[in-house]
Design a protein around this ligand. Structure first.
Ligand SMILES: *Cc1c(COP(=O)(O)O)cnc(C)c1O
Length: 421
């Protein structure tokens, strides 16, 4: 036996089949399935197979086994005492998704969807990627399972995340740059969808966040809920109760909804998502959908969007490619509308400060996405005071970002750089 936590040893089915959306994929007035006619049947088939397999013991035990021996779960829970002390408030626990294989939470979902695709007899996977993390996770599980893999990526994101492009190609994936639109995630999703429509028979679309048409937001939440169920068992071992607040950064919302999942039923636990505040909360300068977004339909789902009064999607801006998106997962929109969750934002500057602080105080270099959550966790910890406990998702590690932000920390450069020895 390994030293796996009790929660991970329990039958894996406990994560599935809770809080299903209404028929058609409705989370209140959000969600649904807004796609061209050609995609209705494939999405219905996907939904039917998913509902079948999520209660199939063989499928669940295969998923569970690979989460353990391939992904490296359960990931640990770390009490960040030096960081908490610097915040001057509550105790802070970090869920270490940075230690999951490939360096972020995205592999949990990629593995679940790839296993599902294989069971459906698909031999080819298409995916989109923003920061490159979902592309790397997808390329990794395709290599693991022997599936062909093509990843669409905005050309601007390819520049920002060149190392991840190399990693995907090393893993055997084909990476296709998308030049249209803002050259970021939104444009890559359009291309991936187009590819899928053309090759429904042998191809599955592996979506990277809790977004898109039903059943994706539900599937992604359920595959990612392993984060929350592990963390809840671990924090109960540590302090004997639920935390007072749970904080996670929100791009499409998958790491946040996965962590929130088991805490949603306990109204005493504050659930706080943190979006990218960019350079200012003004049109085009941020990606904080809850600070200026309005309901609308984008890429298959009805949710909160950053759009102008004519319904044109606004450009977004963030230091972090993984949070730089105009829409948020529909379940987040519903939870916010009901008052169960709240959303804050951290600016580029606040995220960069947190990026350096967590590195220095804990020896943990967070992803830039994650650094937004860390920045706001500081505010929450201070507000709760010394008796409080905050659980924060350390959704990924920052190795991929070091190069792109080095110029923002000129004081850390070597003075003799460029001098030949
Ligand atoms: C992709 C990514 C995010 C944002 O995506 P969500 O679906 O909102 O979780 C956050 N953190 C890391 C490390 C990521 O790679």
């Amino acid at each position: 036996m390994t030293s796996r936590e009790p929660a991970a040893m329990a039958p894996p089915s406990f994560r599935f089949g809770r809080r299903d959306p209404a028929p058609g994929g409705w989370f209140g007035e959000f969600g649904g399935r807004f796609v061209p006619e050609t995609l209705i049947a494939p999405l219905e088939e996907l939904e039917a197979r998913y509902f079948e397999l999520r209660s199939d013991p063989a499928f669940l035990s295969e998923f569970d086994r690979l989460l353990g021996s391939f992904v490296g779960r359960p990931t640990p829970l770390w009490e960040a005492t030096r960081f908490a002390e610097a915040c001057g408030g509550a105790r802070v626990f970090l869920k270490r998704e940075d230690l999951a294989h490939t360096g972020a939470h995205k592999i949990n979902n990629a593995l679940g969807q790839a296993l599902l695709a294989r069971r459906m007899g698909k031999r080819r996977i298409v995916a989109e990627t923003g920061a490159g993390q979902h592309g790397v996770a997808t390329a990794t599980v395709c290599a693991l399972l022997g599936l062909e893999c093509r990843v669409y990526m905005g050309a601007l994101d390819m520049e920002r995340q060149a190392l991840n492009v190399f990693r995907m190609r090393l893993l055997g994936a084909e990476v296709v740059g998308v030049e249209g639109g803002g050259r970021t995630l939104k444009d890559a999703i359009n291309e991936a969808m187009r590819d899928w429509v053309g090759r429904i028979d042998d191809t599955a679309y592996l979506l990277g966040s809790a977004l898109g048409p039903h059943p994706y937001p539900l599937m992604v939440r359920e595959f990612q809920s392993v984060i929350g169920h592990e963390a809840r068992a671990q924090i109960h071992t540590a302090i004997g109760r639920d935390p007072d607040a749970v904080v996670a950064c929100v791009g499409g919302g998958s790491n946040a909804i996965g962590l929130f999942d088991p805490f949603i039923e306990n109204p005493k636990v504050q659930l706080i998502g943190v979006e990218a505040g960019g350079t200012a909360i003004e049109p085009g300068r941020h990606a904080a959908r809850f600070a200026g977004g309005t309901p609308g339909v984008l890429q298959g789902t009805r949710t909160l969007l950053l759009q102008d009064e004519h319904g044109n999607i606004l450009s977004t801006d963030s230091v972090s490619a993984g949070l730089d998106y105009a829409a948020v997962g529909p379940e987040h929109a519903m939870l916010a509308a009901s008052g169960r969750t709240t959303y804050a934002h951290a600016s580029d500057a606040e995220a960069l400060a947190a990026f350096q602080d967590l590195s220095r105080l804990e020896g943990l270099v967070p992803a830039l996405e994650t650094a937004h959550g860390i920045a706001h966790a500081r505010v929450v910890a201070r507000r709760l005071g010394p008796d409080g406990v905050v659980l924060v998702n350390l959704s990924g590690r920052g190795d991929k970002d070091v190069q792109s932000v080095a110029s923002r920390f000129p004081e850390l450069g070597t003075r003799d750089e460029g001098d030949a020895p």
